[in-house]
Design a protein around this ligand. Structure first.
Ligand code: CUA
Length: 334
């Protein structure tokens, strides 16, 4: 009895854990875009049909094992093999194939001319995000760069133009659409059409080296109004407050500007992520930690330990107070 109870509890726990992965910011089963919704439909159809086939097979196995043994006509057994082994699977697979193919034109269609374009480059192990020049209220907003965070407006199609800097990565926002490879020397495209405001998560879906699993990003889907104010803020130079001048001096003295850009200062490096509005981002280290001061300090003092193979050296030698000042400077780059 106790053993039974334990087994039931374990089974319930396992089912609970599995189902808990079906929702949240990184779920294909809780879509926030039209493309992901179609992919989810296909998934449910495949699951449904697969379950029916499985149940039929289990029934046949049960029959084969437990039914009373008796002779069958040879012709009937031949038809069971041909019908069950060739005709039935061919019909089922053809139906699923046709359904899958019927979704393709919609999933691969390019958005209308003039739709928002966002360029994303995969780099071991982070994402360079570039917004080309945009028009807001007939005023041109210059292009700008950010990193590891994408903001797009709800209810309109967006085209991602994808590139890779080094190896093959794959761009995937489960709540918005399918996966697309990012291939060195080529530009690939992905269209999404979000319909729900919220904060979602994207990942790299192709093994790309030691820290492949630590290559994530945040996706904000916001109203058109919020998107415009986000664009304006991100396109502007950094506004550093006076208290953080010590932090900026440390940033400068340690050569951070050789790899990172902070627009509006002398830091113009192109190797690492643009930090102009670093403090406004939700996460740190390509979606590893929530972006707060203690996480920034941990990151600065043990980059290699947190993200094996990362190109950024650690700055442990700076000491606690200097790290504090540096984190303070970065955090207020809003
Ligand atoms: Cu980039 Cu995996």
């Amino acid at each position: 009895m106790v053993r039974h109870l334990k087994f039931t509890l374990c089974a319930l726990l396992a089912v609970g854990l599995i189902l808990s992965g079906c929702s949240g910011p990184q779920s294909t089963l809780e879509p926030a875009g039209h493309h992901a919704q179609q992919i989810m439909q296909l998934w449910w159809w495949m699951l449904g049909v697969g379950t029916i086939v499985w149940l039929v097979m289990m029934g046949l196995i049960y029959y084969a094992v437990f039914a009373k043994r008796r002779a069958h006509f040879r012709q009937m057994t031949v038809w069971v093999v041909i019908g069950g082994g060739v005709i039935f699977p061919s019909i089922i697979l053809t139906i699923l194939l046709c359904f899958g193919l019927s979704l393709l034109p919609g999933l691969l269609a390019r958005p209308p001319q003039g739709s928002l374009v966002v360029e994303v480059e995969g780099i071991q192990w982070w994402w360079r995000v570039r917004y080309p020049e945009t028009l807001i209220n007939e005023r041109a907003l210059g292009s700008f760069e950010t990193a590891n965070e994408i903001c797009i407006p709800v209810d309109q199609p967006v085209e991602f133009r994808l590139r890779s800097h080094d190896v093959i990565h794959a761009f995937w926002i489960p709540a918005l659409g399918g996966k697309v490879d990012m291939i060195p020397g080529r530009i690939t495209r992905l269209t999404v059409h979000p319909y729900r405001i919220g904060l979602y998560r994207g990942v790299c879906a192709e093994f790309c080296g030691d820290s492949h699993a630590l290559m994530n990003f945040d996706v904000r889907i916001v109203s058109q109004e919020d998107f415009e104010s986000w664009l304006k803020r991100q396109a502007s130079d950094a506004q550093a407050s006076a208290e953080s001048q010590t932090g900026y001096a440390i940033f400068n003295a340690n050569g951070c500007g050789a790899c990172h850009t902070v627009r509006g200062t002398s830091a113009q490096g192109r190797v690492g992520p643009d930090l102009t509005h670093f403090g406004s981002r939700k996460s740190l280290g390509a979606g590893i930690f929530p972006n707060d001061r203690s996480a920034v300090i941990s990151w600065l003092s043990s980059t290699e330990h947190i993200k094996p193979g990362v190109h950024m050296p650690n700055f442990k030698a700076l000491g606690q107070q200097q790290l504090d000042e540096l984190a303070n400077y970065l955090e207020q780059l809003q």
